[in-house]
Design a protein around this ligand. Structure first.
Ligand code: MG
Length: 172
């Protein structure tokens, strides 16, 4: 069993992961609408990953005999966002998620909750990857400056990203 405090904290994280999914879905639609269909696809893969993260936390609550409490998910208006705005927002968002994941580890260490420490270690590793991917994209955007042709090529390249997370959550 995990503590009530830990169960509450993991429920907060479920909401944050689902908010991430919602945010990426909105970004994907915005980019696709603007003609950047490859970037839209990249962001949709990101959406699936976030739903997978949420499901991992939900499954963990279930395994630990704790209740799932779903909360309201906020929506963001991204209408005026450019490609650079979007990826800067993604980077800031992922850094916030990393801090949130670390808080769970801090609580698990404080409570000597070894099971949650083991469980959350996967997410700590995952965040290194999440931040790195976006940092690489931001660096490429910096290099290309106002070169529209390079931006179009990057859009095509990002559209090649395949699904990395399972879509059938019943097997988790
Ligand atoms: Mg996530």
């Amino acid at each position: 069993m995990i503590s009530n405090k830990m169960a509450e904290r993991i429920n907060v994280q479920v909401n944050r992961e689902m908010y991430s999914a919602y945010l990426y879905m909105a970004m994907s639609a915005r980019m696709t609408e603007a003609g950047y269909t490859g970037i839209g696809k990249w962001l949709m893969v990101q959406y699936h990953e976030e739903m997978f993260h949420a499901m991992k936390f939900i499954k963990y609550l279930e395994e630990q005999g704790a209740s799932l409490k779903l909360a309201t998910i906020n929506v963001d208006n991204l209408q005026e966002s450019s490609v650079k705005d979007i990826f800067e927002r993604v980077y800031a968002h992922e850094r916030g998620v990393t801090a949130s994941i670390k808080e769970i580890m801090d609580l698990a260490v404080e409570e000597k909750d070894y099971a949650t420490q083991g469980f959350i270690a996967w997410f700590i590793d995952e965040q290194i990857e999440e931040e790195r991917n976006v940092r690489d994209i931001l660096q490429s955007l910096e290099i290309m400056g106002n070169n529209q042709q390079a931006l179009y090529m990057m859009n095509v390249e990002l559209g090649k990203r395949g699904l990395t997370a399972p879509t059938d959550f019943s097997i988790l």
